[in-house]
Design a protein around this ligand. Sequence first.
Ligand code: PLP
Length: 393
Amino acid sequence: MLHPEIMKVSSGVSSYAGRPTWAEIDLDALAANFQAVRRQVGSGVKVAAVVKANAYGHGAVRCAERLAAEGADWFSVALPEEGIALRQAKITEPILCLGGFWEGQAEACLQYKLVPVIYRIDMAEAYHLAAQAAGVVADVHIKIDTGMGRLGVRSDNVDEFAARLRSFKNIRVDGVMTHFAAADAPDQDCFTNEQVARFQEALNHIRARGHNPTYEDMANSPAIYAHPKARANMVRPGGVLYGLWRDVLQPQSNLPEFSLVMRLRSCITLLKWVHRGETLGYGCTFEAARETLVATLPIGYHDGYMRALSNRGRAIVRGRYAPVVGRVSMDLTLVDVTDVPDVALGDPVTLMGTDGELSISVEDVAKTAGTLSYEVTCGISERVPRRYLPEAQ
Ligand SMILES: *Cc1c(COP(=O)(O)O)cnc(C)c1O
């Protein structure tokens, strides 16, 4: 005999063709977060909104369109390919390629008016030659490694680098930048201050060699709030724009309320009772301690709902938290809905984000999975369609 609960179909399901798993992207929340940054830095500081990695998984084109309308001065991407996609979507603001460019991409950077970050002399030369061939003088930004140890000209080599750049007549140093290793960590503030000092020194060398950069930029999201002097005349926020901050910013009393931009949702596609003592999922890692009503959700780790959430994550169903039971598999996840009154087939479920009174923050999901919130939203795969809110835009 089938229990009545598992036969009942929810009336609240929207008409949705295809697998009912999606990510809602709240563009008004994105705009509010951007305006919070704008208020913080004031109108005299340019904001280069970071939309690399498909805007941390939120959809680079739609996010950039809205951020442009809100007054973003620049966009930052990681790869020239990402910049080209924005240009093809008619984004006209200047675009900084944080990772520079790879062999064969100098012409495309010029053609699409992308501004590459330069950190090797051969890159500078290649860009100069490409600009010369195109008959233009092209802007570049120079990246200084002040302690991250990753991309950038080491600060102790900057003088020589700046001197050699002078021979490349078809490039112009439009900006100088660096990136912080630990701006989020109060116990590393000394190190961050040291990075700022090295940057100022590097800038002095660059100017002394006759370059005249318009932009000086250092600050990522945590530095904007914790190190005001690192704002210089441009900032590069990423995480806070998407409402990711609890595991990114230093704890401070006067932080604005950032709103989560992504909400991850699915629907119950199967309900079943299992008996006490029965096990669920791969590896039989969950054993029912009671008669248990189990809901199957069509979302799994290929969607970016991480396997690390097995037996640890939770979902919101009809105003209750329902724990993930058993292993998250590639395409499917199980939740225990025994304690959810009136639960029904087709009920919408929230795996990340706010749902009524309840909320599952991305930061909490990240903590449970042992990672950073950025990795969670970046990991929501292309298989999950993005639905943009508000809809009439
Ligand atoms: C990703 C990135 C940023 C943005 O960092 P958030 O912590 O997301 O604000 C800024 N600058 C560079 C060079 C980056 O790579």
